[in-house]
Write a protein that binds this ligand. Structure first.
Ligand SMILES: O=C(O)CCC(=O)C(=O)O
Length: 286
């Protein structure tokens, strides 16, 4: 075997790579300046119910400026039932605006992700979503359902949905099915929608949930749009839904923090996944 940045000539993993991996695993909540006991309590809720609502973790005035930035970028109605014929979405968000980055890399979310996924987890998709008046309930789904591996199983992704507008039962708050992350394979038609719970929360709040949790956007019975942002994160060995190496230019990636750069794919699952020319791809942005 040829020696590389992370492998010795005898095929063993280099000491400095092992040290880097261990530092990540032991750092967890502390690395993001979040109280580990708070993270323990939130994770206990996530493990029991599959989700947790995090009220008021960003200021409402920041949400107002995010909304002003994203609304003009939402030009097209959804193309199918899943996207929602009365719902508008922005894809390739970072190429268009950095307005969602404070949500994407919120310290509390990162601390929860550190406990849920392997080091150097990836951003799988990022969207702003406007559920408009008259929209019906979205088809039920769980976010890692497109990985063709039978349930029950651990989640291969985790997600946040952020309330940019207040989320109410009437305006289409995300509907979650408590404890459904523990289910085996269930046909969506057999799911009792009446047991779903709306994630009612004020602007600046988020619901964090596991990729195995059944959920959907709610129906909007009001005269106003319900604007949200969602970030989905996946294991560093799984394929991202959005192809960020093509969707986000290197120039735009350079405008992001190193945390976001790593999530976009400028990172590795040590020692073998994601390298470029045998080395950590973060070097491409230096
Ligand atoms: O907008 C929402 O509340 C949920 C959206 C969602 O789950 C999705 O589009 O995958």
């Amino acid at each position: 075997m040829t020696e590389s940045h992370f492998i010795n000539a005898d095929g063993t993993v280099k000491e400095e790579i092992l040290v880097e991996q261990q530092a990540w695993e032991s750092g967890s909540a502390d690395r993001h300046g979040v109280d580990p006991e708070q993270v323990d309590a939130l994770m206990a809720e996530v493990q029991a119910k599959g989700y947790v609502v995090l009220p008021n973790i960003l200021p409402a005035d920041l949400m107002r400026s995010v909304k002003a930035e994203v609304l003009p970028l939402m030009e097209h109605d959804g193309r199918n039932e899943f996207e929602g014929h009365r719902t508008r979405r922005i894809y390739s968000v970072i190429e268009k605006t950095l307005a969602l980055n404070p949500m994407l890399e919120h310290p509390l979310i990162l601390a929860l992700l550190d406990r849920t996924l392997l080091p150097n987890y990836l951003l799988s998709q990022l969207q702003a979503i406007s559920v408009m008046p008259g929209e019906v309930m979205q088809p039920l789904h769980h976010d890692d359902g497109f990985y063709p591996i039978a349930r029950p199983r651990p989640p291969y992704s985790a997600a946040t949905i952020w309330a940019i507008d207040d989320f109410t039962e009437e305006n289409g708050a995300t509907m979650v099915y408590p404890e459904s992350h523990l289910w085996g394979d269930v046909p969506p038609a057999e799911i009792d929608v009446d047991k779903m719970v709306p994630a009612v929360m004020p602007s600046g709040s988020a619901v964090f949930f596991l990729g195995t949790l059944w959920h959907s956007a709610g129906a909007n019975h009001t005269d106003n749009a319900r604007v949200a942002a969602t970030a989905q994160y996946c294991e560093p060995w799984a394929r991202q839904q959005e192809n960020y190496s093509l969707a986000i230019s290197r120039e735009r990636a350079k405008l992001c923090s190193e945390t976001v750069q790593r999530m976009l794919g400028y990172s590795m699952l040590f020692p073998f996944i994601g390298f470029v020319n045998g080395r950590d791809p973060l070097r491409l942005l230096k």
